[in-house]
Design a binder for this molecule. Structure first.
Ligand SMILES: Nc1ncnc2c1ncn2[C@@H]1O[C@H](COP(=O)(O)OP(=O)(O)OP(=O)(O)O)[C@@H](O)[C@H]1O
Ligand SMILES: [Mg+2]
Length: 627
């Protein structure tokens, strides 16, 4: 070969080797090859050193035999002595002698290590980017948030996230166009484009709410050139907050009712004591005045006024759910039937009244006059809601099993204990109520009627609560109203009704009156002695027990107040029974909770008197006790 060519090849920036003869021995190699593979010498057989080299040898043999050149790109070769890898693009080319016969193979290798490693690094980088991107997209698609960026004209530049699809932006539509009918969102977009960074609660499709953070991005000239809006779906969080607020409101309502009850109960207790004094002393005075005496009329008026005042305390107690109850088992069907006619005559002709009653209904423990009051108030309200138009009021009865949910959305109680309830439903086809009215209807004195007092539903609520029940309301403007009253079905025994017919009989025997309230005690003692009894008085339980012990066997009955300081009525009774188990006791109390019956029942009093009581009631109670 031309020496000048060989000299040039020797310095070439590629490896060049010439292999000679059919067994392919190295005939020549250039400098670069020698530098990379210093141990390979002229006359060595090509491709015997490593398995990889043996592959090349096979290829070179084929080039030698066929005369077709071969190209191998990016062949990796290991350098000896731990010098690492290089990548070559190889050209294997046949070499011919003067006569044109192939007598060798030339192999030229260009080192492409830098290209290959560079490209591999780029590929790896690209792969990492792709993975990161797909993680980000997955996050955006699955997460409850979305990202949208748009320019100052509202053109969307970038968007991602499942929520974005729901926005329903059509291609090419600007944000301003898309939200042209939504002043709230439009205002937010304008603020953001004007350069303000802020968050806003904005409505989303499907009644969801998004909290959207707007961040304007400024260009080099300092002007806003795009806005990034990141929205997070906060519907669940808001709903939970609302639910908490609703429960709190309910608790407040219940507490309000309870404190009102305590207040009304307290006032009524003192008031009833005072009325007992007034009624008792007036009755004593009347008894002593001869028929036709000039003072009889004014004293009669006092008695009448005291009766009306007692009615007032009864109402006050009804509102607070601690009304005086004459508790007995009631069949509401019979009750509704009995007052059906009265109800019909109380409502306008155009309003029809329907009564739906089931063939079987459990009884409830209730006070008939209070249940009457509940029905009247609900039916009158229903008829008034229909007013002068045509319409229908339905009174329905049924049974309901209250389970773990406590009876649903109730008024008067957060939840009802599980069990069986009787349901009284009063529904109408009237005007219905909006949410604002609905929230206040049970407040005393709340009314929307010019002549209304606003006490009807307050009393209903008090009575229903006092009966251990609750209410449910369904109402909407124009759709009418439905009130459900739920009362516990009776399984418990009935407490006997209070005193029977007034008695005129004159009393005989010794009665011990124990009450800490002096006026009440004195008035009661006076009434008793006016009836002919011998009377002893004690100001508290201890004193009472002492007198009872000293007069052992000579006290025929004890009239005992239930609420006293130090020893209560129950404790005093225990003392008295310890002295004489056959002691006959008449309890009296200013309170008349419906639990009173249960509280007294185990004590087996001979009779119970509710303050204020009349002379006749006192006489009847003692008659029962002494019988
Ligand atoms: N069935 C009903 N349909 C529509 N609104 C009703 C219904 N029942 C009650 N309301 C609303 O509740 C308010 C309070 O009722 P409530 O019975 O306590 O008082 P009132 O009927 O206004 O006066 P009153 O003390 O004479 O009963 C009513 O003024 C009315 O706005
Ligand atoms: Mg009313």
């Amino acid at each position: 070969m031309d020496r000048r060519i060989l000299a040039a090849l020797d310095k070439a920036p590629a490896t060049v080797v010439l292999l000679n003869g059919p067994d392919l021995r190295y005939a020549w190699m250039n400098e670069l090859f020698h530098k990379l593979f210093p141990r390979i010498k002229v006359d060595d057989r090509f491709g015997t050193q490593t398995p990889q080299a043996m592959q090349f040898r096979a290829l070179a043999e084929r080039v030698f035999e066929t005369g077709d050149p071969a190209i191998l790109n990016e062949v990796e070769a290991e350098l000896p002595d731990g010098r690492g890898h290089v990548f070559f693009n190889l050209l294997l080319h046949p070499v011919s002698d003067d006569k044109g016969r192939i007598d060798g193979v030339a192999i030229i290798g260009t080192d492409v290590t830098a290209v290959v490693t560079g490209r591999r690094a780029l590929d790896a980088q690209a792969e990492r980017t792709r993975q990161a991107e797909s993680r980000l997209t997955a996050l955006l698609e699955r997460g409850p948030f979305s990202v949208v960026s748009f320019d100052v004209a509202g053109r969307v530049l970038f968007s991602a996230g499942a929520q974005v699809a729901q926005l329903g932006l059509s291609p090419g539509e600007t944000m301003f166009e898309h939200y042209r009918d939504d002043p709230g969102i439009l205002a937010a977009l304008r603020r953001a484009v004007a350069g303000e960074t802020f968050s806003a609660m904005l409505p989303r499709p499907n009644e969801r709410i998004g909290e959207v953070h707007f961040t304007p991005v400024r260009g080099e000239d300092g002007r806003v050139d795009q806005v990034v809006a990141v929205g997070i779906d906060v519907t669940a969080r808001l709903r939970a907050q609302e639910e908490r607020a609703r429960i709190q409101e309910k608790m407040l309502q219940t507490q309000k009712l309870e404190s009102l009850g305590v207040l009304a109960g307290g006032i009524a207790h003192d008031f009833n004591n005072l009325l007992t004094v007034i009624q008792g002393n007036a009755a004593v005075a009347l008894a002593r005045l001869p028929v036709g005496h000039a003072l009889r009329e004014p004293i009669d008026d006092i008695v009448g006024a005291a009766h009306r005042a007692a009615d007032l305390t009864r109402q006050m107690l009804a509102y607070s759910g601690r009304g005086r109850f004459e508790i007995r088992p009631l069949d509401l069907r019979q009750h509704v039937r009995e007052i059906g006619n009265l109800l019909r005559s109380s409502i306008p002709k155009k309003v029809s009244l329907r009564i739906d009653e089931p063939p079987y209904l459990p009884t409830v423990q209730g006070d008939p006059s209070q249940i009457h009051q509940v029905l009247m108030n609900l039916v009158l309200n229903a008829a008034e809601a229909i007013d002068q138009r045509e319409g229908e009021v339905t009174v329905g009865l049924g049974e309901e099993e209250v389970g773990a949910d406590g009876g649903g959305d109730l008024v008067g109680r957060e939840r009802l204990p599980e069990g069986r309830y009787v349901r009284l439903t009063v529904s109408d086809t009237g005007v219905g109520m909006d949410e604002k009215v609905r929230a206040r209807i049970f407040d005393p004195f709340f009314t929307t009627k010019s002549t209304g007092r606003g006490l009807g539903l307050a009393a209903v609520l008090g009575i229903v609560r006092g009966h251990g029940g609750a209410l449910r309301i369904d109402s909407a403007p124009g759709r009418g109203t439905k009130f459900d009253v739920l009362l516990p079905a009776a399984g418990a025994r009935a407490y006997p009704a209070r005193s029977g017919e007034p008695s005129a009989a004159r009393g005989k025997g010794t009665i011990l009156v124990i009450d800490d309230a002096e006026h009440v005690r004195v008035a009661t003692a006076r009434l008793l002695s006016a009836m002919g009894y011998d009377v002893l008085e004690a100001a508290d339980g201890e004193q009472g027990a002492e007198i009872f012990r000293l007069r052992a066997g000579r006290v025929d009955a004890v009239v005992l107040d239930l609420t006293m300081p130090h020893l209560s009525g129950e404790e005093t009774l225990a003392l008295l029974r310890a002295i004489d188990p056959r002691v006959r006791v008449v309890f009296f109390s200013g309170f008349a909770e419906n639990e009173l019956a249960e509280r007294l029942d185990p004590l087996k009093p001979a009779a119970v008197l509710h303050k204020p009581f009349t002379r006749q009631q006192l006489a009847a109670a003692l008659e029962t006790a002494l019988a």
